[in-house]
Design a binder for this molecule. Sequence first.
Ligand code: UT7
Length: 323
Amino acid sequence: MELRSIICGVGSHLPVRVLTNAELSRKVDTSDEWIVARTGIRQRHVAAEGELTSDLAIQAAVKALASAGCAAADIDLIVLATATPDLTFPATAARVQAALGVTKGAAFDLQAVCSGFIFALATADNFLARGQAKRALVIGAETFSRLLDWEDRSTCVLFGDGAGAVVLEARTKAEAGARGVISTFVRTDGKLHDLLYVDGGPSQTQSVGKLRMVGNAVFRHAVEHISGAMLEACARGGVDIADVDWFVPHQANQRILDGVARKLGIDAGKVISTVALHGNTSAASVPLALDVAIRDGRAKKGDMVLMEALGGGLTWGAALVRL
Ligand code: UT7
């Protein structure tokens, strides 16, 4: 019996504290003008002291469960994408599972940095399609503020904290109709690992480390690989990119969103952008943007949505879903 995964609930959560460009420009040698012109970012949310990745993930998951109209008891898989786990181990997903009261199935973290949500969605979709789980929480949650070198103006202005989650449910093809995850595409090129990395970790330095990025090189790869991933997901799904209703990109830089839209001839009005308000929240950015588009009434049940991301690894990917 062929199974299809349906997105039946979406939720997100942002820390209360907002850090504006103006405030940042009092701490490092930057300006609101530079940040807005080069990235489109105007502000980002930053977790409070003691507020952890798991706390953000739990809030987003609770909202996704409510929007799906299902209980924690119905969940039998949690895949949590993060590059900023609470601890080196156990997985942040284990903490989230316990806090939500989920008592069935597996819960694990997945590390693909900014592409994490796309990789997590593809992973959960495969579990569901094989009948190995019935209802999954797929979460992207980050406290990237904890990885930043606040003296490095070329990176500290870019990132923010947050979480987003979806409930993915297995249905038979007959039940699903046209809805569901139509195709996914994920890719890693480890030769490019030193373009975007954290210079610490348990094995190499026995420390957490700070984020380092060769920004302009990553930028060039981003436009090329994201466009390729989007076309590949459409080809795998047998869908013409012109038939996509909403593009939900990873929110790294407005210039990347614009560059990809230009390259693929996409109407800018179909691209969901939260980069101005959230900055780059890594694995959280795609589900955060999806939640915004659903809550403000743009993306509706039955719409075709194409999500995409690129991040450290380098990793990149895309997921085509009919809501
Ligand atoms: O989410 C994972 C994927 N990440 C991305 O996709 C990020 C990709 N990269 C980018 O978005 C862009 O490369 C950045 C926003 C990071 C940088 O923009 P850019 O246009 O590539 O600038 P640049 O790195 O080439 O730097 C241009 C200039 C430099 O000065 P000089 O050497 O030309 O004098 C930098 O020192 O801008 C300077 N600069 C800044 N100036 C003011 C760099 N950061 C800042 C800053 N404020 N915050």
